[in-house]
Design a protein around this ligand. Sequence first.
Ligand code: MBD
Ligand code: FE
Length: 270
Amino acid sequence: MKTDRVKAVLEDLEKTLIEFMRKHNITHEEYRMATDVLLETVKAGEESLLYDIFFEAAITEIGNKAREGSPEAIEGPFYIPGAPRLEPPYVLRQRKNEAGDILFFNGRVVDRQGRALPNVEVDVWSADSDGLYSNIHPGTPDWNLRGRLYTDSNGWFEVRTIVPPPYEIPKNGPTGRVLTALGRHFFRPSHLHVKLRHTQFGEMTSQVYFRGGRYLESDVANAVRDELIVDLIRHDTTESLASRGLDKPYYEVRYDFVLSAANQLAAAME
Ligand code: MBD
Ligand code: FE
């Protein structure tokens, strides 16, 4: 960020917050409560949870206005760089008997002219069936349900994982207490997180949600967009199980990504 912009936005933020405090006659006690909540989120290991729930969707939408390819979605607090590089056939690292229905997440990555983009890095992360993210929440194996895979020469990717449940924000932490004070619920709809990286088009961050799932209309992070909702297809015929070499029903979701040069422009402006 350019120094001029840092100064301009910080000064406006300062002014905006001071106006806000005057408008509401914020007391010293209230002010200290607020700073304590912010400190507690860090101590409680909530990472950027509080901020991401309240503000990240708005920031993402500001960026989406200028985008020409697929929309971005919020990153959320639980992305970790450096997930294992996987080898095909791609399967996210998981426990021996990972709970949850088997899910194949696949799709194509193309440019705006519809041309296949090979060798795009697809960095996927997801909660487990208890709603826990590895390397964040204790009791999960390292890098569980996280991994990086690559599109093939047709721009196609596919990875096996599990159908995640809706994500419930911890009720007893500072973020949960703020939501309680507001009378809101604690849930995000089930989702998969993904980042795509292309040598020219740069990086984009998205999420996919499952049609018909709970909380799509009331996501606590207010981050769902119609374009990000995909059909969760159940496969249970003998032929489809045989084609996958599986002995129990599985699910499939497809999401096709269009990458544009928007990120390049953003990078050039920095
Ligand atoms: C999540 O899994 C998430 O994606 C966001 C944005 C906030 C909390 C938990
Ligand atoms: Fe998430």
